[in-house]
Design a protein around this ligand. Structure first.
Ligand code: OSB
Ligand code: MG
Length: 375
């Protein structure tokens, strides 16, 4: 996407804190509230684009945190954005190339530039990315619960609400028994599990038993940084492995597919450093006949809107984790909020991310903010 050269005037970085409606427990810990960064990139004419950092408070999911994102953006990434006029959002990845990793920090800024350019070109971000769908299908991700009974009642509700698949988090001690009860009660629902790296090959017997439950896939059973053991596991089980934590780039996707470490990939914009990389991974997977879906990081409306736009690309074949706003928040920071009807979200056609920014709500949840001026 092109536009006349864009000079950024300033970037406003805000730290927000929003209470989650339901606390979210995975094998790595429990999130009760979400502290996160929003960035607003403003050009010389006053147009603005928005991006969200999906880094969480603690380095549980990956090595990044809210604080590391703030410092990497401030010290390195923002100066790169200010250095020269921006010709297209696709160019940002290259500007950030000499900064290793820190993908969530990169992505917050890169997605803000995409939104800004789409708005300046007066087109929806979906169109700018080449997406064709006008609606997308979503599933739900259910954290680890205090009791199996409670989990079953949640599944009952979400199936009723029409979600297109149910994902449950598992960990050692919350796996086979739970799945037996879930399948007893719901023999036919589209079901998958996510272990967030809680197992090793020593657990092979348990992992093999997962084949009994007709799961769509098992997400990231083994080490977050280990595609070798995943390849070994995939050769021993029938259930498709989906990688999440292990994929940070197109290169990682290429190697994992080549090794046979997975049959499905979960793409998260933040984990791979932005929309340009996400789209390339999508295109590569399409070529290799590897279905993808869009993961979630309990985003506010802004990150959620970027996820929706990405999901309109054609190889996002499987339902993603982009549930509606009201599943996470009492009040979201976009208007209208993201809603779903029977597990289907209508893709907005307004310019940029397609939802308006509710500045009053943003102010309400802002803990502190800082403005970086392009001098
Ligand atoms: O593994 O997909 C994950 C949330 C935080 C960190 C990691 C993960 C998740 C989710 C949340 O599963 C999915 C959602 O946003 O609803
Ligand atoms: Mg996951």
């Amino acid at each position: 996407m092109n536009s006349k050269k864009t000079v950024l005037n300033r970037i406003v970085m805000r730290k927000l804190c929003m209470n989650l409606k339901n606390s979210f427990t995975t094998s790595f810990g429990t999130l009760k509230e979400k502290e996160f960064l929003l960035v607003e990139a403003i050009d010389e004419d006053g147009n603005s684009g928005w991006g969200e950092s999906v880094a969480i408070f603690s380095p549980w999911y990956n090595e990044e945190t809210v604080k590391t994102n703030e410092s990497v953006m401030e010290d390195f990434l923002i100066p790169f954005l200010f250095k020269d006029p921006i010709v297209s959002p696709e160019e940002i990845r290259k500007r950030f190339m000499h900064i290793r990793r820190n993908n969530m920090a990169k992505s917050a800024l890169e997605t803000a530039v995409w939104d800004l350019f789409a708005k300046k070109n007066n087109i929806a971000l979906t169109k700018a990315l080449g997406g064709k769908k006008d609606e997308i299908e979503v599933g739900i991700s259910i954290g680890i619960q205090n009791s199996i009974e409670h989990l079953l009642s949640l599944i009952d509700r979400y199936v009723d609400e029409g979600y297109k698949r149910i994902k449950i988090k598992i960990m050692p001690g919350w796996d086979i028994d739970v799945l037996e009860k879930v399948r007893d009660r719901f023999p036919d629902i589209p079901l998958m599990v996510d272990a967030n790296s809680a197992y090793t090959l020593k657990d092979l017997e348990i992992l093999r038993r997962l084949d009994e439950f007709n799961l769509m896939m098992i997400e990231q059973p083994l080490g977050y940084d280990d595609i070798i053991d995943h390849a070994e596991l995939q050769s021993q089980i029938n259930t498709p492995i989906c990688l999440d934590e292990s994929i940070h780039s197109l290169g990682d996707a290429r190697k994992a597919i080549k090794l046979g470490s997975c049959k499905i990939i979960n793409i998260k914009i933040g984990r791979v450093g932005g929309l340009t990389e996400a789209k390339e991974i999508h295109d590569y997977c399409a070529e290799k006949k590897i279905p993808v879906w869009c993961g979630g990081m309990l985003e506010s409306g802004i990150g959620r809107a970027h996820n929706i736009a990405l999901t309109t690309l054609s190889n996002f074949i499987l339902p993603g984790d982009t549930a509606p706003s009201s599943h996470y928040w009492n009040e979201d920071i976009i208007e209208p909020e993201v809603t779903a009807d029977n597990g289907t979200i209508k893709v907005p056609s307004e310019p940029g991310i397609g939802y308006s920014i509710n500045r009053i709500k943003i102010d309400k949840f802002t803990v502190c903010s800082k403005t970086y001026i392009n001098k």
